[in-house]
Design a binder for this molecule. Structure first.
Ligand code: GTB
Length: 218
């Protein structure tokens, strides 16, 4: 039986691939694992059946046999651990790829989300405009450091890994709402390389199909 993930029945991003089911779809596509999608409404996300799966009433979730998972990082790690293609075999290289997953989620994504929240939730507050340069500088600090580390390499640690999948996913969120990424051409090219992967394209198309009403499964 194929695993089942949850996704927004009606994504606020209107199919732009910014909700976190996209990264799960991408990982599933990279490893060639077919999957089912259960679409959930905002109301259903707060009801007992979904809250039993996700303690914070969010998407994505992942069900596979007796296993129930939430948190996109945990789900991608699970997929990467149990399939070939997203983590290297060498133990140290494997841990470094996992470290990049954590870096994406714990170090790079937070300042990007801070800006997103300021723009979406606090835009009418008198202090938002004054605060924005500092918020954006915190993002630039991370982009600058990441850009230096990536250098001319195609991926963060040798071959494409779950670390790149997560980092590109996080940077795509920034790309959707700002030109900041273009200040770092190697990062812009890195994200473009991720988007050009056939598995990413299939994942993107599958989530877009939910919005356009064409299909709901991957
Ligand atoms: N840390 C968790 C993870 O990585 O899985 C975060 C999960 C999360 O934030 N889920 C969001 C959610 O369910 C959807 S992805 N939100 C509903 C709620 O909390 O009630 C975040 C998201 C939402 C919308 C857009 N957008 O419209 O562009 C982009 C990203």
């Amino acid at each position: 039986m194929n695993p089942t993930i949850t996704a927004f029945e009606s994504s606020p991003d209107r199919g732009r691939g910014l909700a976190r089911d996209t990264r799960i779809r991408w990982a599933l596509e990279e490893v060639g694992q077919p999957y089912e999608v259960r679409l959930v409404s905002f109301k259903a996300m707060r009801q007992a059946a979904h809250m039993a799966l996700h303690p914070f009433g969010q998407i994505p979730t992942y069900e596979e046999g007796d296993l129930r998972l939430f948190e996109s990082g945990a789900i991608v790690l699970h997929l990467a651990e149990h399939h070939v293609g997203l983590l290297p075999d060498d133990a140290h290289a494997r841990m470094r790829a996992i470290a990049w997953m954590f870096a994406a989620l714990n170090t790079v994504e937070p300042p990007i989300l801070e800006r997103q929240n300021a723009k979406l939730l606090e835009r009418d507050k008198p202090w938002t405009e004054q605060r924005m340069p500092a918020v954006e500088d915190r993002i630039r600090d991370r982009l600058h450091q990441l850009s230096n580390r990536l250098g001319d390499a195609a991926w963060l640690e040798g071959a494409f890994s779950a670390g790149d999948l997560m980092m590109v996913s996080v940077l795509l969120r920034l790309k959707a709402s700002s030109d900041m990424l273009d200040e770092y051409p190697n990062l812009a090219a890195y994200v473009a390389r991720g988007e050009a992967r056939p598995a990413y394209k299939r994942a993107f198309d599958a989530q877009l199909a939910v919005f356009t009403g064409q299909s709901s499964t991957g």
